[in-house]
Ligand binder design. Structure first.
Ligand code: FES
Length: 94
């Protein structure tokens, strides 16, 4: 994959950034997230995770099944703070 490819558009992370994280020892999507914030944006790795896995496979030779998946964090979609405070329905505010 070309270095200039945008992996996470929300956090402005390129393939070059992900490859640099792999060189530093990040060999899972969660490790890469910790080092680059890739997957921390609005999509919560629904889109960028596949690219991260592809780059890990390409750079380390690890089989896809051994790379693992991105650990989802709550909330899985944007929620306004007032919804969290009141315990309201998140769907009604977005
Ligand atoms: S593209 Fe940014 S979190 Fe997935």
């Amino acid at each position: 994959m070309k270095d200039s490819v945008i992996v996470c558009r929300c956090e402005d992370v390129t393939a070059k950034d992900v490859k640099a994280a792999i060189v530093k020892g990040a060999h899972t999507p969660n490790d890469i997230k910790r080092l680059t914030r890739c997957g921390s944006g609005v999509c919560q790795a629904k889109i960028c995770s596949d690219l991260m896995v592809e780059i890990i496979h390409e750079k380390t030779g690890k089989p896809y099944r051994d790379i693992g998946i991105h650990r989802p964090r709550m909330p899985i979609r944007p929620v306004v703070l007032s919804t969290l405070l009141t315990g309201g329905d998140a769907g009604e505010n977005i």
